[in-house]
Design a protein around this ligand. Structure first.
Ligand SMILES: [Zn+2]
Length: 431
């Protein structure tokens, strides 16, 4: 594993977050016996502790993660916190105590990690383009612009699937970006790609906001390519979760830097045969949230550490990540059983001429089914995609390709681009 630099304050925050959690938050009671004690080096203390699971969180809700015997009912009454449920399948879903002030502070700290966002202070006009299941207002009927406004935010979409968009919705999005002129456009890249395809297919110009932030899900290289053809804005990935706040932010040199003011990261590598030691998962511990002690929480994604001694941007502190490679739950396997991340599939399909989008299901270890969107030259794209994937997965893995006009997001409003449909031991892939 790479060695990164951390300030004394980071270690102090790590220590006080851990002491507070172990001493006072009910869910960690069973962890106390494992702690080597407050005199031990803080990294060694974290290293022997288990991970916090969503099941732990659900079973101990609402008081389990709350430190210092704070009263949740009182916090809600005082409007310091509210209940917020994350999206996803039943196994993934968790209700959180949402503390808006802490969330905003975490976001502002993350903006400092990119020169294009460092000036933002949370007052600038911002537009959002994602599923209405992720954020904003949800409606089957169309909502006028005024009913999709909230404070400094404009939500460009009120639908749960981009397949509900008609020409009139695309026209409306383009017109509203022109009228509202957001400084920041925060998007799910899969959803913005669909606006970009409309603009490309109709020869239309769309106003470029000062910055475009990618969040909510893995950004496909196919989508980034087409978004760049329409928007001149810097495209910046911001990585976090409802539970953790803002964890990583992409700098102007394309490296993701840790938001060290607001979180600690413990990195757990995969076994070398599956991409370790640079590829692994993140266990996140949050700092300074008075209502939630989150310690060693697995956000569920695989990331690749930056092997270089430093990033050219000059930021020295914290972990650096070259790429978020997709969710651990969305890995597939080659014919030899080696783990394949979503990013590896994505890089492979990004080379297919004319491909726009895809969903890959590995049905058995020997068979994959690719749904492919490639409107310009579908037959040759399908042939090339199949050949490239069969080379990647290796002999004995058969790939079938189904051409699609477009794809549906999953029930959470996000797109799941790859997954294995058979059971495998994910824990056994880690060191
Ligand atoms: Zn950098």
């Amino acid at each position: 594993m790479k060695v990164f630099s951390f300030s004394d304050e980071y270690f102090q925050q790590s220590q006080s977050a851990l002491d507070l959690a172990l001493d006072t938050a009910p869910v960690y009671k069973a962890w106390r016996a494992l702690d080597p004690g407050k005199q031990a080096p803080v990294d060694a203390r974290y290293a022997v502790l288990p991970e916090l699971t969503k099941q732990d969180m659900r079973e101990s809700f609402p008081q389990g993660l709350v430190p210092e015997n704070r009263d949740v009912a009182q916090g809600i009454k005082n409007q310091e916190i509210e209940y917020v449920q994350t999206s996803g399948t039943t196994a993934e879903r968790v209700t959180n105590l949402w503390n808006q002030a802490w969330w905003d502070a975490s976001e502002i700290a993350s903006w400092k990690l990119n020169a294009h966002t460092a000036h933002l202070d949370g007052t600038q006009p911002e537009a959002q383009l994602t599923s209405a299941l992720s954020v904003g207002f949800r409606s089957q009927g169309d909502l006028p612009m005024a009913e999709r406004r909230l404070g400094r935010f404009l939500f460009l979409n009120e639908k749960v699937s981009a397949r509900e968009w008609t020409d009139a919705h695309f026209e409306r999005m383009a017109a509203e970006l022109d009228e509202y002129r957001p400084e920041v456009l925060e998007v799910n890249p899969s959803w913005l790609a669909r606006l970009a395809w409309w603009a490309l297919d109709h020869g239309r110009q769309v106003v470029s906001p000062r910055v475009i932030l990618f969040t909510y899900e893995f950004a496909s290289a196919l989508h980034v390519r087409d978004i760049r053809r329409v928007f001149q804005s810097p495209l910046i990935s911001s990585y976090g979760a409802t539970e953790t706040g803002y964890v990583l932010m992409e700098c102007e040199h394309g490296t993701l830097h840790q938001n060290t003011d607001f979180c600690r990261i413990d990195f757990e590598p995969l076994k070398p045969e599956h991409g370790g030691p640079d590829l692994g998962r993140l266990l996140v511990t949050t700092f300074k949230n008075p209502w939630t002690s989150l310690v060693r929480f697995d956000v569920g994604d695989l990331v690749r550490l930056d092997p270089r001694p430093a990033c050219p941007c000059g930021r020295r502190e914290g972990m650096r990540v070259l790429a978020v490679e997709g969710r651990a739950a969305n890995v597939t396997f080659t014919h030899t059983g080696r783990l394949v991340t979503t990013k590896e599939i994505d890089d492979c399909l990004a080379r297919v001429e004319g491909a726009r989008d895809y969903v890959l299901d590995q049905v058995t270890r020997q068979t994959c089914r690719l749904q492919l969107v490639a409107p310009e030259n579908p037959m040759s794209a399908a042939r090339e995609a199949r050949q490239r994937l069969e080379t990647l997965y290796g002999p004995g893995v058969e790939v079938t390709v189904e051409l699609q006009a477009d794809l549906e997001p999953s029930p959470s409003g996000k797109y799941r681009r790859t997954r294995a449909l058979f059971d495998y031991d994910i824990k056994g892939l880690f060191k």
